[in-house]
Write a protein of this length. Structure first.
Length: 157
């Protein structure tokens, strides 16, 4: 039993040390793709913490975000963290899916306000903003094809 507890303690120290290295790299690397990748998971954890407390976030989105945060903090992963490069992939995929889901439920500005990193990373993750339908008053009433009279094809008689 004692050996098991020592092993668990060592694993926990290694996990916390790897998080510390990631945060340190995120702060010290020059701007670029490596810095963005090193800062991604700490930025996601900060975003999860901020969105969890935001009253503008609906319950379903909050649950998805909290589950993603627990997944990040959990030492149990589909792909072990000690594998270089591919270790954090499952964490990144889970957070990306949760943020995309939240992006459909929460106004984009709320997510951008909660994101501590480069906004372009979050915008790329969320994808294009949903197009809002705009009614053109000059188009006139829509016909059965869904086009307004201004979009109708002229017919020669």
């Amino acid at each position: 039993m004692r050996d098991w507890l020592i092993g668990l303690g060592v694993a926990l120290v290694c996990l916390i040390a790897s998080w510390g290295v990631m945060v340190l790299l995120a702060r010290r690397l020059p701007p670029g793709i490596l810095r963005d990748l090193a800062a991604f998971i700490p930025d996601c954890l900060t975003t999860v913490r901020r969105l969890r407390k935001d009253p503008r976030v609906p319950r379903r989105a909050r649950i998805a975000i909290v589950v993603a945060g627990l997944w990040l903090a959990s030492p149990i992963d589909l792909i072990p963290e000690f594998l270089p490069v591919i270790g954090p992939l499952d964490d990144i995929v889970v957070v990306a899916l949760a943020l995309r889901y939240a992006g459909r439920q929460v106004p984009r500005q709320v997510l951008l306000d909660a994101w501590p990193g480069e906004p372009r990373l979050l915008l790329r993750l969320l994808g294009p903003a949903p197009a809002e339908p705009t009614a053109d008053p000059a188009a006139g009433p829509a016909d059965e094809s869904g086009r307004g009279s201004a979009g109708a094809v002229p017919v020669d008689r």
